[in-house]
Design a protein around this ligand. Structure first.
Ligand code: TYD
Length: 143
C-alpha cells in the first residue's frame, strides 16, 4: 500500500535572505542549498501585471519554490486542503518557501511589481495540478 505523506502550509515559511547594504543600493545574493533548502534549477519572474491582478491558482506535485517580491508587493494565499495561510510580500530580502503539494494563489499585485521565483526543477506541465477539485482528490488519494 502506498503511504501518502501530505505536506502542510506550516512547512511554508518566510526565509530571511542575505542583504549586502550599500549607500548606492542593496544586493541580495541567493545561493541554492545554502540560503534555500533546495538546488535551484530554474528562475523565472512575473511582471507587467496590471495593479490588483491575480495569478497562479494551482499546486505542484514535486516542485519546491521560493517566491520573492523583487519589486512592489503582492499577497500569497496558501492552502493544504485543511488549513490556509496568507503572506504579504513587499520586501526583496524575504523569500516565501513553498513546499510541494500546496495550493497557491498570488493576488493583489501592485502595479509594476515583479514576482521572482526560484524553482527546484525545470518547467513541466505534468507537475501542475490546475483544478482545485483535482487537488482535493490528489491530497486524498495521492493520484
Ligand atoms: P503558469 O505557471 O501556469 O502561470 P500562472 O499560474 O501564474 O498563470 O505559467 C503560464 C504559462 O507560462 C504556462 O502555461 C507555460 C509558460 N511557462 C513556461 O513556459 N515556463 C515556465 O517556467 C513557466 C513558469 C511558465
Amino acid at each position: 500500500m502506498m503511504v501518502q505523506v501530505q505536506t502542510s502550509v506550516h512547512q511554508c515559511r518566510l526565509i530571511d535572505l542575505p542583504k549586502v547594504r550599500n549607500r548606492s543600493g542593496n544586493i541580495t545574493p541567493v545561493i541554492g542549498t545554502e540560503d534555500v533548502p533546495f538546488e535551484i534549477k530554474r528562475i523565472y519572474y512575473l511582471y507587467d501585471m496590471p495593479g490588483g491582478e491575480s495569478r497562479g491558482g494551482h499546486a505542484h506535485r514535486d516542485l519546491h519554490q521560493l517566491i520573492v517580491a523583487a519589486g512592489g508587493s503582492f499577497e500569497v494565499m496558501l492552502s493544504d486542503g485543511k488549513e490556509s495561510k496568507k503572506f504579504y510580500l513587499n520586501h526583496p530580502y524575504y523569500g516565501l518557501l513553498i513546499v510541494p503539494g500546496i495550493w497557491r494563489e498570488l493576488i493583489n499585485f501592485s502595479s509594476g511589481s515583479i514576482c521572482l521565483v526560484l524553482a527546484s526543477a525545470t518547467y513541466s506541465e505534468t507537475d501542475y495540478i490546475r483544478y482545485y477539485q483535482d487537488y482535493l482528490q490528489y491530497i486524498r488519494t495521492g493520484i
